[in-house]
Design a binder for this molecule. Sequence first.
Ligand SMILES: [Zn+2]
Length: 222
Amino acid sequence: MKKVLKNVSFVFLLLQLCIIFGQETSAQKRIVIDVGHGGKDAGAIGINGIQEKDVVMNIANAILKLNDELDTPLDIYLTRYTDTLISLSDRTKLAKALNADLFMSLHCNHSDNPNARGIEVYVGDATSEYSDESTWVAFQLQYTLNKKLGFESRGVKFSNFQVLRETGGYCLSVLLELGFLSNWDESEYYQKLESYQVLALVIWKNLIKKYKSDERVGNKNH
Ligand SMILES: [Zn+2]
């Protein structure tokens, strides 16, 4: 099978940050990262045995670590920090209780077709106050994950997923399906530590860029 995911250097991506750093955000934005599944709910099982609950935990931890190492420009919380199962409603309650600016749910996909691959980003109800902005965040995430890492784009989609439905009226809200564990290339990608580092960096940079540009245009909402 043709391998299309890029081998991207973490250091190279990190150096590109110089472009967007240089000014401190005045108000730290609060991000709740929903780490999908956990405990007895493994989520999708990869063709190589890797489990979705572990993949998304690793991605979330990598984002958290990166943010800490770079002087915590974002105020990031996870819905779970260990391998435990949290109900969907408790995940969304946390986002509301913390008054989050953005709720981002992390998942991986699975298909009976081993050739299915790429990234889907979901947003909730198109009528919610935050829908347009969430859709923009979703497009940006998909675009950069394709451009920087080579993940195929499968589109931004609307869905009535519970976590999106329950957070969509409170804050920006997106759900990421970060590749297919049923695809050999994409499940093998998650066997490598560097994959988590570069993926975390691309996602984190998206958030930083969003809130920096909001400041420049004086967007007071988020
Ligand atoms: Zn999932």
